[in-house]
Design a protein around this ligand. Structure first.
Ligand code: ZN
Length: 265
């Protein structure tokens, strides 16, 4: 599931494959960019902002700076292939973008929100985001301020709202709330120590940078990587109670009703 750490890793894949290179070809299989040709463009850098990918480019004609934006949502991915390597990661009909460089080809599968915008206008795409959990300028106080601004929202959906803090998806939401002992339906105003909660979210995401297995338990063994996420009806690792799964604010969430007791009505 692409959450902030996966997107961060993906940005590094693109950085290693393309940064500093002059593109030798491109192929956009999205209607809006179907006629775009980035041949001759230089790749300056690859960055992530929350769950958004930003590939920064320079146009050969006038040196203008552009950003190729993409979003992985639930199922997108970028892969880098060596020259001559078979593009085997996903079925070809899912390919949305191909960027060819002399030493690598980057292929984007099932990408969403693919857009090419002047870099100075990046804010139109990512300016609404709260502090980025994996960015060097991560600002926990600002994340807490934004969460606290809507005190009646349940903490589960509030953690997913990228305007509050950027990078948390269903996995980390479920796991952070379990580790803090908080029922996901608890209103933000009743959650003790929001600062500690966002600090833990950052710690969990940061621990998974540089690898594709997402673990919040410290174990990388199959079936051992989460406390509650993906474990409906299985016994809680702490207390043995059956883990619950329910829709909450249109997204599923997992929790242990014993370790995460609800606030009494
Ligand atoms: Zn439990």
């Amino acid at each position: 599931m692409p959450e902030g750490d996966t997107v961060w890793n993906t940005a590094r894949v693109l950085e290693r494959a393309l940064a500093g290179a002059r593109l030798t070809g491109s192929d956009f299989r999205v209607p809006r960019l179907a006629t775009t040709d980035l041949t001759g463009w230089s790749v300056r850098e690859s960055a992530s902002r929350g769950k958004h990918l930003l590939l920064r480019l320079e146009a050969p004609a006038d040196g203008s700076r552009w950003t190729l934006h993409s979003h992985l949502r639930m199922d997108g991915a970028w892969r880098a292939y060596a020259p001559g390597e078979r593009w085997a990661a996903r079925p070809a009909h899912l390919i949305r973008v191909v960027l060819r460089a002399p030493t690598a080809t980057a292929v984007g599968y099932h990408l969403h929100e693919v857009a090419l915008v002047p870099t100075v206008e990046e804010a139109r795409l990512v300016g609404h985001l709260g502090p980025d959990l994996l960015s060097d300028d991560w600002d926990p106080a600002e994340a807490v301020r934004r969460l606290s601004a809507r005190p009646d929202t349940a903490i589960g959906p509030a953690l997913l709202d990228q305007r509050n803090l950027a990078g948390v998806g269903n996995l980390y939401k479920s796991e952070v709330l379990f580790l803090r002992g908080i029922d996901p339906r608890t209103p933000v105003r009743d959650v003790p120590d929001l600062r500690g909660m966002v600090a833990l979210a950052r710690e969990l995401l940061a621990a998974n940078r540089g690898r594709w297995i997402q673990s919040t338990t410290g174990s990388l063994r199959r079936g051992q990587t989460s406390y509650v996420y993906g474990r409906r009806a299985q016994p809680c690792r702490r207390c043995g109670t059956a883990v619950r799964k329910e829709e909450l604010g249109e997204r599923v969430t997992y929790w242990c009703p014993t370790c995460q007791p609800g606030t009494p009505a």
